[in-house]
Design a protein around this ligand. Structure first.
Ligand code: SAM
Length: 335
């Protein structure tokens, strides 16, 4: 692969090749650990237009980004999301190695085929439980059947599905072995994620914080987990599970910091470049896009971001009653 004229290399010599681009902060679920029921979404006028998203993505590709993940909020609630997928899908095999999406699966039954037609090959679907009542409790919407239908539709059109599951003490904790077995039986990898203290919610995240060190120990009571060299370009570390023949990923921002290998940045739906999921600092790409000289301003903004991307996030979950480490919700940054 030839390097672009000005690759994105940060002050710690990490090369940034992966962009998570949020297309909306809105969502059709209200997962209790993610956001409050009455979440304040940004006014639509502040959200980047389709054309701005496309131009921004091109700016990143020109600087050597090889993988773009569309996310949100829930990307599939945005009306013109398929236009963007089609436009960026044309870059796959040229400027991009991969275009992917993270979705809650609620609308996937309808969108799976057009996504595959537009050049998406792999997709992440968030699924915390296969228990309908628990799904409703966690997501505050009765959506499990829709999500399962979405996952089945994705599989049917040949999309490689990876499931993402936030591990929650006393909620889906007991179900995790069965969820992993089901996912692997269906041919899907599954990645467990530690809950992160991002943004205000009604409850206390510490009540359900489940360190993955404990989950791994418990799983190893009856499963053989062998560390795998597999990498998906994100922060997960993988294990082959002998008994299921599948792969289990662990994303451990709290118990095992992985920032030294960070290769990504995120852009919020309003065009704010977040250099780190766990840092407040943002660079305003929307202002650059809407200026008289967008290309130069975007380049300069990206250079500034590379000089200021922090070495690592520093959020922790220590105990009850803590304020979130960051005001910004995961759904706003682009999960
Ligand atoms: N709506 C899409 C989805 O559900 O996959 C994309 C955005 S969502 C914010 C991305 C992922 O972040 C989901 O898997 C969700 O469970 C996870 N998530 C949200 N808030 C989180 C938090 N505070 N800690 C850990 N994961 C979180």
């Amino acid at each position: 692969m030839t390097l672009p004229a000005k690759p994105l290399i940060d002050q710690f010599s990490r090369r940034i090749t992966y962009l998570r681009l949020s297309v909306t902060d809105r969502c059709d679920l209200r997962c209790t650990y993610c956001m409050p029921e009455r979440m304040q979404f940004v006014p639509k006028a502040e959200v980047l237009s389709f054309e701005e998203l496309r131009r921004l993505a091109q700016g990143f590709i020109a600087r050597g980004v090889r993988k773009i993940r569309l996310t949100g909020g829930e990307p599939l609630v945005r009306r013109d999301v398929l236009d963007l997928v089609r436009a960026l899908g044309r870059e796959v095999g040229a400027g991009l190695d991969e275009l992917t999406m993270t979705t809650n699966g609620m609308r996937l039954a309808e969108f799976a085929a057009p996504l595959a037609d537009a050049g998406v090959r792999r997709i992440n679907v968030s699924l915390d439980t296969r228990d309908r009542a628990l799904f409703q409790q966690l997501a505050r919407r009765d959506g499990l059947m829709q999500v399962l239908a979405g996952i089945a539709a994705a599989k049917a059109v040949g999309l490689k599905v990876k499931l993402n599951t936030v591990a929650l003490k006393g909620l889906n904790e007991a179900e995790l072995p069965a969820l992993i077995a089901w996912a692997h039986g269906e041919g899907h990898d599954l990645t467990l994620i530690e809950v992160m203290p991002l943004g205000e919610i009604e409850g206390d995240r510490f009540d359900h914080y489940l360190p993955l060190t404990a989950v791994r120990e418990s799983l190893e009571g009856h499963l053989t987990l062998t560390p795998s060299a597999h990498r998906s370009g994100g922060p997960a570390r993988y294990f082959d599970v002998a008994e299921t023949g599948g792969r289990l990923g662990l994303i451990t921002p709290l118990t095992n910091n992985f920032c030294e290998s960070c290769n990504r940045v995120r852009v919020t739906a309003t065009g704010q470049l977040a250099m780190c999921l766990g840092g407040e600092a943002e660079v305003d790409l929307r202002a650059a896009l809407r200026s008289d000289e967008p290309e130069g301003r975007i380049d300069a903004a990206l250079d500034l971001a590379m000089r200021t991307k922090p070495e690592r996030h520093s959020f922790m979950i220590r105990g009850h009653g803590e304020a979130p480490a960051l005001a910004r919700h995961m759904s706003a940054t682009g999960g």
